[in-house]
Design a binder for this molecule. Structure first.
Ligand SMILES: Nc1ncnc2c1ncn2[C@@H]1O[C@H](COP(=O)(O)OP(=O)(O)OP(=O)(O)O)[C@@H](O)[C@H]1O
Ligand SMILES: [Mg+2]
Length: 364
């Protein structure tokens, strides 16, 4: 079932938690609401569930305006950030609850609960109460309860945040598979960009109640519309260097405190709107940098610190007043304080306005 949010605003007193949000979610799509703490993700989800009423705007499920419908009439499965399990019921009874409300026969309820409990590794905990299981287990019970009634729309608020890293990775795949198998339109709230990138078809990036962009993970990663998205998506985050654009004849250079590099043809076309002498922010991801010897497209810096990460090393390099992170192979042996040259893959650079942080790419 498709979900449309049109001009949705939610205020708490005078504080605007969600500001004129527009989203068009297709039937069967798996969408993440991604953003830092307090950006309005849970508020948006609670409006979709019908628990909060928007101050302005419309919510449409399928072809129906549900803005004023009660939660119970919306056929959504919701997994809350704080689980909201019934403390006096067992795990089995918690999961079975939505089916009981629908007055399903006992044997079918049992079959469905057992099936989903197996999927979420809860089969040995069915007789315990929520207070007798761990936080991660409670989270899985909440997820199972949201899914057991096979809702038309699934709303998940940080469903993996309390799991240990191993379980989180396996549940990530499990939820993605389940969502695709069932084809339920799903809105998944997270502040973890890895979760959003790895699981979802599309991501709505939010900041301070405002939608920054709504697009595929690939597009948000490769062509972020502004510096906020560029920094929020990708791990480690994108690096930024303050530069000035210099136009000399038909050549275009980016000049920093200690370097001057030429833009290749494609970048010249993409960033043709930048004026000579304009201060801009150069963005480049750690994976598009290489530690090397002096040469073309290199920038001189000094190693600030080296962080071994197992598979590779993250080398922090000071360049003028900026500090950047470079991914280096595991056997890289540079040391703190040494001078290094960093080569930029100039086909992977981003340029942002130093005034409003918006991308200066012509197609953005
Ligand atoms: N019931 C409420 N009364 C007043 N302010 C609220 C209420 N609920 C949320 N807010 C405020 O609205 C903003 C958005 O809150 P929301 O819970 O949607 O954030 P979030 O993006 O889900 O953050 P987190 O990642 O921390 O869960 C926050 O600044 C929060 O303090
Ligand atoms: Mg929240």
């Amino acid at each position: 079932m498709r979900v449309i949010l049109r001009d949705i605003t939610k205020k708490f007193g005078t504080f605007v938690a969600v500001d004129n949000l527009n989203l068009n979610i297709h039937d069967g799509e798996f969408v993440a609401l991604l953003g830092p703490s307090g950006c309005g993700k849970s508020t948006t989800l609670l409006m979709l569930a019908g628990i909060y009423k928007p101050d302005k705007g419309k919510i449409i499920f399928g072809n129906k305006n549900v803005t004023h419908e009660l939660p119970k009439d919306r056929n959504v499965g919701m997994c809350f950030q704080n689980y909201a399990l019934y403390p006096h019921m067992t795990v089995f009874e918690n999961i079975a609850f939505p089916l009981k409300l629908r007055k399903m026969p006992r044997d079918i309820i049992e079959k469905k609960v057992n099936q989903i409990a197996r999927k979420f590794h809860l089969d040995s905990l069915l007789n315990r109460r929520p207070s007798e299981i761990s936080g991660g287990q409670q989270q899985r019970v909440a997820l199972a309860r949201a899914l057991v009634k096979e809702p038309k729309i699934l709303l998940l608020d940080e469903p993996l945040s309390n799991l240990d890293s191993g379980l989180r990775i396996s549940m990530r795949a499990e939820i993605k598979k389940l969502q695709k198998d069932l084809g339920i339109t799903t809105v998944f709230v997270t502040h973890d960009q890895t979760e959003a990138l790895s699981m979802c078809d599309k991501i709505a990036v939010m900041n301070k109640g405002t939608l920054q962009d709504f697009d595929t993970p690939e597009k948000l990663y490769s062509q972020p519309k502004n510096q906020f998205i560029a920094e929020f998506i990708g791990n480690p985050p994108m690096n930024f260097l303050d530069v000035v654009c210099i136009r000399e004849g038909d050549k275009v250079y980016l000049k920093g405190t200690s370097f001057k590099i030429e833009l290749p043809e494609r970048a010249k076309r993409e960033f043709a709107q930048i004026q000579n002498g304009e201060k801009v922010i150069l963005g480049i991801r750690p994976e598009n940098l290489k530690l090397t010897s002096e040469g073309q497209n290199t920038v001189k810096g000094e190693i600030y610190v080296v962080e071994p990460l197992g598979r590779d090393k993250l080398v922090n390099v000071k360049i003028g007043t900026n500090r950047i992170k470079v991914i280096a192979p595991q056997d890289y042996n540079g040391n703190m304080g040494e001078n290094v040259f960093v080569r930029l893959d100039m086909d992977k650079i981003h340029l942002f306005s130093s005034e409003d942080g918006n991308s200066l790419r012509m197609s953005a």
